[in-house]
Design a protein around this ligand. Structure first.
Ligand code: ATP
Ligand code: MG
Length: 532
């Protein structure tokens, strides 16, 4: 669809229109593909450039005559797709016009029309014929005579100019439309790339922190560097490790995972590095370690914070030199393995306590991916719920269930210490407990969740609002909330009041009033935080 109003406002088009109208005494106007006139021509206030046109519009059926001409033009373009312009004869004998078509993607979307004029070859008899014709259509004799008299008598050369200029207008409209379309496409492509990426590999989440993680993962996709993934339990560390592997150049090779806290040192040793026959009682044959199994691929060392100091030395060696000794062997093996490590422990603190080697820490932490807890990205809870509901219902052979708004409210209020894993387990549990019911109601939520919310209900506001009183008058509470939202908002928007006013849905003046009322201007806030 063409935005005709914007087209009419384009500087270049206004200029061309002015030139055509003043030189040739015609009206220049556009119609859409249905022949509907898209300029002010039909409005009462329209100032006509052409006296003839003005008189025509005063005739009882003047509008119909022009509509009829436009219909002829559209029909002509429909029937002659290879023609881009049309010199037409109007309803009035000897009166002419010129039309150019507007075509976008092969589709006729409108026309540009210059009308009316007569040819300078018109004879006196022909002009008289025209005058008497006009006189018969409900206008005064003098009006009819004046209208015809003022019609521009166009020579061949002038006609060439008119055709060129009108075609130029049509081209400008098409170029402008194409540019707008391109810009809109670019904007929507950027939007979908930046704003609303909803998943990356198997990870779900569209919150800001997850968008940042996706961006980071995209940037490091082709890197071979060792990566340390940190985050609380159940935040998706293993999922991220897999996503990294399957987006890396090693994606066609193996991904091997080992949980370093699952075994004692000896077992882990032989699990990771393998052993030779007879290395220890029960070692009846050679066994390949995971470093060898993962050769050419990726080895995921989960819970690396749980390894002993002596294991850390061996890991450092294989990371630095690419070589290791199988248990009981004296000849080192060389491998090409990309290591991704993960932990939910604070390795920095462990280093300070002498429980983790600093050199290994720097060796594995070449790229750091720290995953946000679910509490820090509550925006993702609804999409995660939908995702797990779909999956768990399909597994259980149920049609997809939904969570009632009241239950969702509680799900959102809970603090999810076990993060996404806890949410996933809870959804699985709810799918089972809800039986044949299509909707999941609050009463079947895990008692753990309900207890948590009960305990909190002295101060039912959670997250950043915790601490705001839920007692006293409503007005006081509202003011407290208002104060808090403005204070936080100002910080977040870097004191850009126009931006914050927009976010809060109030006027800028209204916001400034409130900032004054609560003494929240930049200086006061800086002072307050300095004193804190
Ligand atoms: N962003 C996510 N989108 C979808 N599912 C997720 C997401 N994050 C985690 N999960 C799911 O949650 C569960 C836990 O994820 P994962 O095992 O990767 O977490 P983790 O951080 O390694 O946990 P832990 O520290 O307990 O080992 C998995 O079933 C995983 O599929
Ligand atoms: Mg894990």
């Amino acid at each position: 669809m063409i935005n005709w109003k914007t087209v009419g406002e384009l500087h270049v088009i206004q200029k061309l229109k002015k030139v055509i109208e003043s030189w040739y005494g015609v009206e220049l106007f556009y119609t859409d593909q249905h022949g509907k006139i898209q300029t002010g021509l039909l409005e009462k206030s329209h100032e006509f450039r052409s006296h003839f046109m003005k008189v025509q519009m005063l005739m009882p059926h003047g509008h119909q005559y022009i509509a009829q001409d436009i219909e002829t033009i559209i029909d002509y373009f429909d029937e002659n797709p290879d023609k881009s312009s049309f010199k037409f004869s109007s309803f009035f004998p000897h009166v002419k016009g010129y039309a150019a078509k507007i075509v976008i993607d092969g589709e006729l979307l409108g026309t540009v029309i210059a009308y009316p004029f007569v040819r300078d070859t018109c004879t006196t008899d022909e002009i008289s014929e025209l005058i008497s014709h006009v006189k018969g259509l409900g206008v005064s004799d003098s009006d009819a005579e004046m209208a015809v008299d003022k019609l521009k008598k166009v020579s061949d050369t002038q006609l060439t100019y008119i055709t060129e200029l009108v075609s130029l207008v049509a081209e400008e409209v098409m170029t402008f439309h194409a540019e707008i379309q391109l810009r809109e496409e670019r904007i929507s492509a950027l939007n979908s790339e930046l704003g609303s990426k909803y998943r990356y590999h198997n990870m779900i989440g569209k919150s800001k922190p997850m968008q940042q993680i996706y961006n980071l993962l995209t940037r490091i996709a082709t890197s071979e560097a060792t990566i340390l993934i940190q985050g609380e339990n159940g935040t998706g560390k293993e999922l991220v490790a897999k996503a990294i592997h399957y987006h890396s150049p090693r994606k066609d090779s193996v991904f091997v995972a080992q949980n370093c806290s699952a075994f004692n040192d000896n077992l882990l040793d032989s699990e990771l590095f393998g052993h030779v026959k007879g290395a220890f009682t029960g070692a009846v044959k050679d066994k390949k370690g995971l470093f060898e199994v993962a050769n050419g691929g990726t080895l995921f060392l989960d819970e690396i914070g749980d390894t002993s100091l002596s294991m850390q030395v061996k890991l450092l060696r294989v990371l630095q030199e690419g070589t290791f000794l199988p248990v009981g062997s004296t000849s080192p093996k060389k491998v090409n393995v990309r290591v991704i490590a993960a932990t939910n422990k604070n390795l920095k603190e462990m280093i300070a306590k002498g429980e983790f080697r600093e050199d290994l820490y720097y060796r594995i932490n070449v790229i750091n991916v720290t995953l946000p807890s679910l509490r820090e990205r509550k925006d993702d809870i609804p999409v995660l719920c939908d995702h797990f509901l779909e999956k768990k219902c399909a597994d259980a052979g149920h049609p997809v269930k939904t969570i009632s708004p009241r239950a969702m409210e509680k799900v959102l209020d809970y603090n999810w210490p076990g993060n996404v894993r806890e949410l996933e387990n809870e959804i699985e549990r709810l799918v089972v407990l809800s039986g044949d019911s299509k909707t999941i109601t609050p009463d079947i939520l895990n008692p753990r969740i309900l207890d948590y919310l009960d305990a909190k209900s002295g101060s039912p506001l959670s997250g950043p609002l915790a601490g705001i009183k839920a007692t006293g008058t409503l007005r006081e509470a509202m003011e407290e909330l208002e104060y808090f939202m403005i204070k936080e908002g100002l910080r977040r928007c870097n004191f850009n009041k126009s931006k914050l006013a927009k976010e809060l849905g109030i006027s800028r003046a209204g916001l400034i009033q409130k900032v004054d009322k609560y003494e929240l201007d930049k200086r006061a806030l800086k002072k307050a935080s300095g004193e804190d």
